[in-house]
Design a protein around this ligand. Structure first.
Ligand code: GDG
Length: 744
């Protein structure tokens, strides 16, 4: 499969300058645990910054050497580069923006240049090391431009990107000055992973609103490529936290903690001291509970571990001062000599202490204002081998998605925080177990190894939906042979953009003599059924193509007219149309706003065309309309489609794929042209050829058997097997088919 090349801002390594020279220690951490197995097994590399800067931004030969011994490649940075790229853009722009703190975003164009420069630097090193069949997996918001840079240099390279922090609502994201660059960079990947489906949704909506790219539930079409979106929360290694991991040290620590608690129950909080983590709000809730019930101080205590983080930044120092003040206030108001209400510690604890804390705590408060996932919650759950204890989770964190049995709270609501604490403290043991047990099972199953495997599989398979290969002369020879050998043939041909070029106004795209003659010749070929399958209304298809002898499928598969007939029949049956007036009214508003655009009514659908309108205004409005319709209509059995300069609504049950199958299975015996009605309508002796250019043709490509000749006209990602560049190439393919009698 090729090697796994991991790329992250920081290498999971600590460089130590000892008396015997430099050494590198691999730092423990979730990501390193999950990825090191697949990384080592594939013989891959890990590329990143090793934590040291130098005046000229290079690393010493010795550093390269010790890193190489760990299969790592270090990237050197100057102190200024690091400050601008990491401290400024990553931590003071992207971090607050993605965590819904727009007022904390400080943007500076010079910093942005450094961010670009460092992403380029990473790209250079990756390109030096990578081989064409490797799989590159880029981590997090420090490197959003990297996938795009790699894609430019190596279009076929398999690239994944995982965002460890939230992806915010597009309304927040759009504030950012370099929003398009960030999205464009991320979309260089084949697979973009997030912790939750909500982030996938936000990303999709940012991509479709800001870049105008087409999106589907877990897919984006961008510059002819299909990008797979994955919701795959990071896991932990449960074995690290279970049973007697840590041995006697942990036991000893638990004893000491119990003695210090003096019979009181313990409420625990653990995190980096960051304004996203909601530490002041949490401590205030604890203080408020003690104020409301002063006697509780004899029954409960709180331990808050706050690991110093980003200490060079003023806002983090301010936060520390605020937390110091709140903590001091709680202890001065509620403590007594020998009985502290809150143990607040502004430094990390060693692993065995953390394990002891997770095991003896009665309640763990994980209440960030916003958090991508939160591993502390999972570690606490994995540590509870007896299934006792209560986990309280903020609604605004990714982990809340998976750990549904936890108590959930809005961390911005002080009264709710106090009420939730009360509920946690009052929870009977049986309920604690009933909630904890399923969470523990889930955490044990969805490990960090599962996360790594699923991400890697998704990257490996993502390109399968990208633009199909060109139909080359050799393929054409094979097609000719199959054509000649076939007993019968069925052709499904889309009209606009496939047989005929687009025109400014849809009514101008009348068939040319060339198209009419081509269809006439094909439909006269023996044992050959030709169907034009289009989104156009039935009367128009009848008027334009009725005389050619082809079969017609109108309105994306809603109506069918057999070859030679004049009447269409409905393939849909009765479908309520009361939604139409609401959609029409909305489209009329858009038509009024965008000069040159217009509405097309169809018996089953309604479409807003903007081909002739000012492109910039129209594309922007089309995104708005599409977004609105998609969010409001899809649960009514309707489908909203963005075709080529058109937004269209119609019943979801209608599709070209369904219509094509109907033709093969039902219409065939009636028309007498396809098969005899016995046995399967498409066996090896029946050649199927389908040509189409837009999204609506995908259902046709997908529903035909794998042996069918499915050809995309254009260059986007598609499930067609081949592609041709344009309608002229499609016509010349059809014109050159060896029209002669079947062999059998
Ligand atoms: C980012 C996202 C996402 C904490 N205190 C101590 C200590 N820790 C360890 C915990 C845990 C880790 O640090 C913290 O991980 P989180 O996930 O909670 O938070 P972030 O650092 O903000 O991480 C986050 C994560 O990326 C992964 O994708 O979940 O949302 O913000 O493992 O155990 N470890 C020790 N002493 C401490 O005092 N030894």
């Amino acid at each position: 499969m090729g090697r796994l090349i991991l790329v992250s801002n920081r290498l999971p390594v600590i460089l130590d300058q000892g008396a015997d020279g430099l050494s590198a220690r691999v730092a423990a951490g979730g990501l390193a645990t999950g990825l090191s197995g697949p990384h080592q097994r594939s013989g891959g590399r890990w590329i990143g910054w090793p934590g040291v800067t130098s005046p000229d931004g290079t690393l010493t030969a010795e550093m390269h050497q010790v890193l190489a011994a760990k299969a790592m490649d270090g990237i050197g940075l100057t102190a200024e580069q690091h400050e601008r790229y990491y401290t400024h853009i990553s931590n003071r722009c992207l971090w607050p923006l993605f965590h819904y703190f727009p007022e904390r975003v400080h943007f500076d164009a010079e910093d942005w240049k450094a961010y670009q420069e460092v992403n380029h630097r990473f790209a250079e090193v990756v390109l030096e090391k990578v081989q064409p069949d490797d799989l590159v997996f880029v981590q997090d918001f420090h490197l959003t431009l990297l996938p795009g840079l790699l894609r430019l240099a190596m279009p076929q390279l398999r690239i994944g990107f995982f965002l460890h922090i939230p992806f915010p609502s597009s309304e927040i994201f759009r504030i950012f000055a370099e929003r398009e660059a960030v999205l464009d960079g991320i979309l260089g990947a084949d697979m973009v992973g997030f912790h939750t489906l909500a982030y996938v949704r936000h990303f999709r909506s940012a991509v479709s609103r800001l870049l105008g790219a087409e999106t589907r539930s877990t897919e984006v079409q961008y510059h002819g490529r299909r990008i797979r979106l994955l919701a795959q929360p990071l896991g932990i290694d449960p074995e690290d936290w279970q049973g007697d991991t840590g041995g006697a040290d942990v036991e000893q620590q638990m004893k000491e903690l119990r003695a210090a608690a003096a019979g009181r129950r313990i409420i625990l909080g653990v995190e980096r001291l960051d304004y996203t983590k909601g530490v002041p709000e949490r401590l205030r809730a604890f203080g408020e509970l003690l104020s409301q019930e002063p006697g509780l101080v004899d029954e409960i205590m709180m331990i808050q571990i706050a690991v110093p983080s980003r200490v060079e930044a003023e806002e983090y120092r301010d936060l520390k001062n605020e937390v110091d003040r709140i903590a001091g206030d709680i202890n001065s108001r509620h403590g007594r000599p020998g009985l502290q209400a809150l143990h607040y510690q502004y430094r990390g604890v060693p692993p065995h202490v953390l394990r002891a804390l997770y095991r003896i705590a009665d309640v763990c408060l994980v209440t960030p204002l916003r958090d991508g996932l939160n591993l502390v919650a999972k570690e606490f759950v994995a540590s509870r081998s007896e299934d006792s204890g209560v986990l309280v989770l903020s609604e605004n964190i990714g982990a809340a998605w998976e750990l549904g049995e936890a108590l959930r709270v809005n961390p911005y609501d002080p009264a709710a925080m106090v009420a939730c604490l009360r509920q946690a403290l009052a929870m009977p043991l049986a309920e604690q177990r009933a909630r904890m047990q399923p969470m523990r099972m889930r955490v044990e199953r969805a490990t960090v190894h599962v996360w790594a495997e699923n991400c890697i599989d998704a990257i490996a398979s993502a390109q399968q939906g990208s633009a199909p290969p060109l139909l080359e002369p050799q393929d054409k020879l094979n097609l000719d042979q199959e054509w000649l050998a076939a007993e019968r043939r069925t052709l499904f041909l889309d009209y606009d953009g496939t047989l005929r070029e687009f025109t400014d106004r849809p009514e101008q795209a009348r068939p040319t003599t060339e198209v009419l003659e081509l269809l006439g010749a094909l439909s006269e070929a023996p044992a050959t059924a030709v169907w034009v399958i289009s989104g156009r209304p039935a009367p128009l298809l009848q008027e334009w193509l009725g005389a050619t002898g082809v079969g017609l499928i109108a309105e994306h598969g809603a109506f069918l007219r057999r070859p030679g007939d004049t009447e269409f029949c409905s393939l849909l049956g009765q479908f309520p149309l009361d939604w139409k007036h609401e959609v029409r009214a909305l489209m009329e508003e858009f038509a009024a706003r965008v000069p040159g655009s217009r509405i097309e009514e169809k018996p089953l659908g309604i479409a807003w065309h903007y081909r002739e309108a000012n492109a910039e205004l129209a594309v922007w409005q089309a995104r708005e309309l599409y977004q609105h319709l998609e969010e409001t209509l899809t649960d009514q059995g309707l489908e909203v489609q963005r075709g080529s300069r058109v937004v269209e609504v119609r019943p979801a049950a209608v599709s070209k794929g369904r219509a094509a199958l109907e033709v093969l299975q039902i219409a065939a015996p009636l028309s007498g042209m396809i098969g005899t009605g016995t046995g399967t309508p498409y066996d090896a002796s029946h050649l199927l050829l389908a040509l189409g250019d837009d999204r609506t043709d995908e259902s046709m490509f997908r529903s035909l058997p794998a042996s069918a000749w499915t050809v995309l006209v254009g260059s986007r990602g598609s499930s067609a097997r081949w592609r041709l560049p344009d309608p002229a190439a499609a016509r010349s393919l059809l014109a050159s088919m060896p029209v002669s009698s079947p062999t059998a």
